[in-house]
Ligand binder design. Structure first.
Ligand code: GLU
Length: 466
């Protein structure tokens, strides 16, 4: 039998923000689809009307689009398929794979106790009985096999065997006619042609139940791979106290989407020791079978390292727009002059920046206006000797082009002509330029201010007129 073209899907329930664990699941599904020349789909599992919210749906779309992990077709909304789910349950009913169960809440409680005591899963007396008043309130349950076993050959976890007696006759349709999660997932995955179910391992226990439902329908069971969760750096389940969980938080912290994709791909999967790889390489190398079985740990240092790499590669205009947003958000809207120079400045300042927030921080000293208030440390360094030396430096720099390439040798030559190390005046000069705020190396600091502003700040500090 020719194998079907690969179809994967990400099927989030819209009940909160888009967690990075979910984002990584989406990415793995997309990578696997691309790797095999298949299709990657998105299904919003909004069947639970109480818990699903519009803002959560928006957060999923926004998070995936920021990350650049978008589906190859229009998303499917599970709730809109409720009629199809009910119809499918009627098919199971007609074929004897489901039954109407009229157990009351109290009876169910008794059966639950009994099942626990006997070490088996819940069955209902209605499995083998029909009601005289079929319209009375009832649910529809799956008629699970009482013997045999169900085997999952999980692509990540390997072979998992379930005893059927331990799998309960789960509810397929609730009293109000609403389909349940396990039923809807199977019908949707089948109808969407899904061949590979790649999802978080919190769903591994559903795999056997869903397999039985597939078999009852007579449908091909998709391959399944359950990927371990992402843990915090301390090995505990990722939570608020680890700093961030939502994709949007990582965006706000100044990480670039391409860095995030690279980092997430590396969380729980890898290609040898490669830390940095392109999207194309990830597609070429990714196989769900290579996902590791133990939970991955969030590693902030590694994320920073990867992000710094992508910041260096990123286009300066694009970074300028991102940094501008950061400044505006902080209420430090850059003035027109600074805005115009932002891309060039970023070209100078992005070296070593771990996030776009770092770049925004490093712009702080440039945005200051003359005359700068000097911090105590700088004021202390400005002895008469140093003032005289800085005045001579100002005169010599006035003749130099203010680029990093020209300034570096000029400063070195000046220190040689003075017969002192750069340390003798460098710190004071930096302080004068930055007013004590963090600033990069001297040549970069001067180049990023430009000749007029830099010499103006120097003259202000020395009490000279510019
Ligand atoms: N909707 C489920 C969730 O968000 C995932 C279901 C699945 O992938 O099969 O956890």
């Amino acid at each position: 039998m020719p194998s079907r073209p690969v179809v994967t899907r990400f099927a989030p329930s819209p009940t909160g923000f888009l967690h990075i664990g979910g984002a990584r699941t989406a990415l793995f599904n997309q990578l696997y689809a691309r790797h095999t020349g298949g299709t990657f789909l998105l299904r919003i599992e909004d069947t639970d009307r109480q818990r699903s919210t519009e803002p959560a749906v928006a957060a999923i779309f926004e998070g995936l689009s920021w990350l650049g992990v978008t589906p190859d077709a229009e998303p499917v909304f599970q709730h809109s398929r409720a009629d199809r789910h009910r119809e499918a349950v009627m098919d199971l009913l007609a074929a004897g794979h489901a039954y109407r169960c009229y157990m009351t809440v109290e009876e169910l409680e008794i059966e639950r106790e009994r099942a626990r005591a006997e070490g088996r899963a819940i069955r209902s007396v209605w499995r083998d009985r029909t009601s005289n008043s079929p319209d009375a309130p009832h649910v529809i349950r799956f008629r699970g096999p009482l013997e045999g076993e169900t085997v999952i050959n999980d692509l990540v976890k390997g072979r998992i065997v379930y005893q059927n007696i331990e799998l309960d006759d789960l509810v397929l349709l609730r009293t109000d006619g609403a389909p349940t999660y396990n039923l809807a997932v199977v019908v949707d995955d089948h109808d969407m042609g899904v061949t590979h179910v790649i999802r978080g391992d919190d769903h591994v226990n559903n795999a056997a139940r869903q397999t039985l439902i597939y078999q009852a329908f007579g449908w091909e069971v998709p391959a399944m791979g359950h990927i371990p969760l992402i843990h915090g750096p301390d090995g505990a389940k990722l939570s608020k106290r680890h700093g961030a969980q939502a994709v949007g938080e990582f965006a706000d912290m100044g990480y670039l989407p391409e860095a995030m994709r690279n980092y997430l791909a590396r969380l729980g999967w890898g290609h040898g020791d490669d830390e940095i790889f392109s999207d194309a390489q990830a597609v070429e190398w990714f196989d769900v079978a290579d996902v590791v079985r133990s939970p991955a740990r969030l590693d902030w240092a590694k994320l920073a390292f990867i992000n710094a790499h992508y910041i260096k590669l990123a286009d300066n205009e694009r970074l300028a727009a991102l940094v501008s947003d950061v400044l505006i958000h902080r209420g430090e809207k850059p003035h027109a002059d600074l805005s115009a120079r932002l891309p060039d400045l970023i070209g100078l300042l992005k070296e070593g920046a771990k996030t776009t927030l770092d770049i925004a921080d490093s712009l702080g000293f440039i945005a200051k206006t003359r005359p700068l208030a000097l911090d105590a440390k700088t004021a202390g360094l400005l002895t008469d000797e140093t003032r005289a030396r800085l005045a001579r430096l100002g005169q010599s720099l006035a003749k130099v082009e203010f680029t990093r390439e020209s300034l570096e040798p000029a400063i070195r030559a000046f220190s040689e002509s003075e017969g002192v190390g750069i340390g003798k005046f460098g710190q004071a000069l930096r302080g004068v330029m930055s007013g004590g705020s963090p600033a990069p190396d001297l040549a970069t600091t001067l180049a990023s201010l430009g000749k007029d502003e830099a010499l103006g700040r120097l003259n202000d500090a020395l009490g000279l007129s510019s």
